[in-house]
Design a protein. Sequence first.
Length: 180
Amino acid sequence: MWYSQIEVKYNLIDDNQEIVITKLPVSEWQSYKALRLRALKEETKAFVSRYEDQVKHTDEQWQNRLATGKHMLFAKLGGQLVGMMVGYVPDPDKDKTVADIVSVYVVPEARGKGISKKLLETLLKELKEDGVTKANLTVNKDQLPAVHLYQSFGFFITGEEEGILGDGLKHTELLMSKQL
């Protein structure tokens, strides 16, 4: 089990709210499940996974994802879970220095508050501390706020590929990378 406590707090100057970036213990798997399924249902053009497939996962599968997700970060605003971002090393037996960033989501009602920035800032710091020297991600080229966020952190476009996303349609995805 990879769970280790992390809690980073950021104050939002504009509305006196606090963003808490944290990891979730396995006991909070139902909150994670609800957020993930909401993301897949609302943002079908942003995820490869499909709601219809993931809603069938067993409780044990959801618990296992949290238990084994070493770099799964979540954002809470006013005590409510409002965002997530995951980093993982795709082939740790081959190369532990390259990570992929996936499952990026902030609920619509909490967008525009800098939550994605704080999630990404915290995740990149954690990955770097864990020996990762390069982060990769894939983003639908039509998801302009996400593309701009990644570019503002120094990610650059390394290519494009066509892929079927959660809506079942083919989209152009940007391959982006950043040295840490």
